[in-house]
Design a protein around this ligand. Sequence first.
Ligand SMILES: Nc1ncnc2c1ncn2[C@@H]1O[C@H](COP(=O)(O)OP(=O)(O)OP(=O)(O)O)[C@@H](O)[C@H]1O
Ligand SMILES: [Mg+2]
Length: 313
Amino acid sequence: MTIAVQLRDLRKVYDGPPPVTALDGVSLDVPAGMIYGILGPNGAGKTTAIGICTTKVRATGGSASVAGLDVAQHPVGVRRHIGIASQAITLDRSCSVGDNLYYHCRYFALPLAECRRRTEELLQRFGIADRRDSMPAQLSGGLAQRVQLARAIAHRPTVLFLDEPTAGLDPQTRLALWELVDTLRNEGLTVVLTTHYMEEADRLCDRVAVVDHGRVLAEGTPAELKRDNGGTVVINAAFAGDRQAARAALEGLPGVTEVVETERGLRVLVSLDGGAVPRVVSRIAEHHLTDLTVAEPSLETVFIRLTGRDLRG
Ligand SMILES: Nc1ncnc2c1ncn2[C@@H]1O[C@H](COP(=O)(O)OP(=O)(O)OP(=O)(O)O)[C@@H](O)[C@H]1O
Ligand SMILES: [Mg+2]
């Protein structure tokens, strides 16, 4: 198996004051031809990791290689191999959609005729041919992101880095973008994307690294992550009455692995084995319940279990 991106004990401390440790020893391997998700909350270090891989940020320690090239030793070589699209729209605002693609090809020194041909091909393929003369400012967020994706692969990179590509997009636009990314992977491109959308990581990614505070907490396929983290069901309950009484009644019940207080009540982590969930739910119901949600094992429950926190804060 070829490894497209390899991080070894990667560290990044931003100079202060105060100094911030953004990456605290990250090691991971991204196999070629996969969609690899880096999943984590705000400030986890996702953009920093992408920044180092794409030669924008210099690591404080450890190493990163992309397409077999060390990013610190061969930054120019690495840049030839990579495509980048971030959440921010970085299209050239002074030229049209078509020209954004065309000049990107020129920048990468494709032959002139090839620049024209490639631009046309990408406009068709990404469904933006009718917008070739539009200026970036005239595009919706979803369309602009499409153009950025087209531009990111225009010079035929082997590894595509997407930093929160779907942040802020509506669900339908997000789905359409997932499909495009999926097709690119099927054509052999390696895709590394960061996200804090659990569903995105679950549906789109072949493998996922869950990161928090600059460390990898878990790594694997979405199915492995869900299985290895105990098939945990997360029950969130809100109470009108005394939550301490409910807490006392739940702690020690078979299958209950953890009870945490939340703003409105309790969060109860229950192991899926042995029919514990109905038992716990009926016990909770004895305590002036006002609201109850039960979340099945998902990357979200994996994350809560690993970090003790909700990804949304
Ligand atoms: N240029 C910088 N100078 C100083 N600190 C920085 C800089 N860039 C990032 N940081 C800090 O490093 C940590 C990691 O930031 P990073 O942007 O990599 O996280 P992230 O996972 O991409 O977060 P988000 O989901 O908000 O995009 C944060 O504490 C952030 O404040
Ligand atoms: Mg970021």
